[in-house]
Design a protein. Structure first.
Length: 163
């Protein structure tokens, strides 16, 4: 099994978008559906083109199966929309992407990794906790669809890099 990670380029954005929609489809039936399902391809293309957001694309044997989006802010790499197509789950793709992001963050002098997770998704919280993330706060946020969502902010400190 040959796993490849790369930062998505403009031409990869439709694949990133498709993988996200496939992965988040299961959240359509939640009391408060994920706002990821309402994001437009155009908005993602603009964010990637303007470099206001980056996307990581994970392929196995040349087939794209996972993605996540991230931004660098001050000394923190904030990631979101961790997406693995349902047929490829359980193969370590999400963990591999997070490890890649941690190295990227470290190489770019970031001190912390951070994400936001719905409190109603304990499997996602468990995944991050298994990788050394901890819940730093609980918040109720208004998602882009205008719904209130109970969330937790999860963080992981990275070993500092000496200059």
């Amino acid at each position: 099994m040959q796993m490849e990670m790369k930062i998505a380029e403009e031409m990869d954005v439709p694949v990133v978008y498709k993988l996200m929609l496939e992965a988040f489809e299961e959240y359509r039936t939640l009391d408060v559906p994920s706002s990821a399902l309402n994001e437009s391809l155009d908005a993602l293309q603009i964010a990637i083109k303007n470099n206001s957001e980056k996307a990581l694309l994970c392929s196995i044997n040349g087939v794209p199966l996972g993605t996540c989006r991230f931004i660098l802010k001050e000394d923190t790499l904030y990631f979101s929309r961790v997406s693995v197509t349902p047929l490829a789950r359980g193969k370590g793709i999400a963990k591999a992407m997070l490890l890649w992001l941690e190295k990227y963050a470290y190489d770019n002098f970031q001190r912390t990794m951070e994400c936001r997770v719905r409190l109603s998704l304990p499997k996602n919280i468990e995944l991050y906790e298994s990788m050394g993330y901890f819940i730093s706060k609980e918040e109720v946020v208004t998602n882009p669809n205008g719904y209130l969502v109970k969330t937790v902010v999860m963080q992981k400190s990275l070993k500092t890099r000496r200059i």
